[in-house]
Design a protein around this ligand. Structure first.
Ligand SMILES: [Zn+2]
Ligand SMILES: [Zn+2]
Length: 122
């Protein structure tokens, strides 16, 4: 069964649009190197390099450098096409097909917005 994976920013509820099929490890690698990828953004923003495409050869598709630059220091996680988030509970939580954002095995009810609370906000 095929399944596509993408990078999700928990802070912005935005995905990178990478869509690697059956390769969550590739998404984990992108997240590990997110700072380095985003650091290329100033290169592609220079007047002389407008339209320049920086890519790594391979079948997995392209990566939006600007997206990674915009989400530096944000919480990036692996998400599949069904909205399941790697390393989090992921059970249905509330309306709108929201998925639980608490850690696996947590106590209490599932909470879709669990990780969006700033630390110490109760
Ligand atoms: Zn973000
Ligand atoms: Zn849960």
């Amino acid at each position: 069964m095929s399944c596509n994976y993408d990078v999700l920013c928990l802070d912005c509820e935005d995905t990178a649009g990478v869509s690697y099929e059956r390769r969550p490890g590739a998404i984990r690698a992108l997240i590990r190197h997110a700072v380095a990828i985003g650091a290329l953004a100033p290169l592609t923003a220079e007047e002389d390099t407008v339209g320049l495409s920086v890519s790594a050869p391979g079948p997995g598709g392209s990566v939006d450098i600007g997206w990674f630059a915009a989400h530096q220091d944000h919480r990036l996680v692996v998400v599949d096409e069904y909205g399941r988030i790697e390393g989090l509970c992921g059970e249905h939580a509330g309306p709108a097909h929201e998925r639980c954002r608490l850690l696996p095995g947590h106590s209490g009810p599932h909470r879709g917005d669990g990780l969006r609370q700033p630390p110490g906000a109760g």
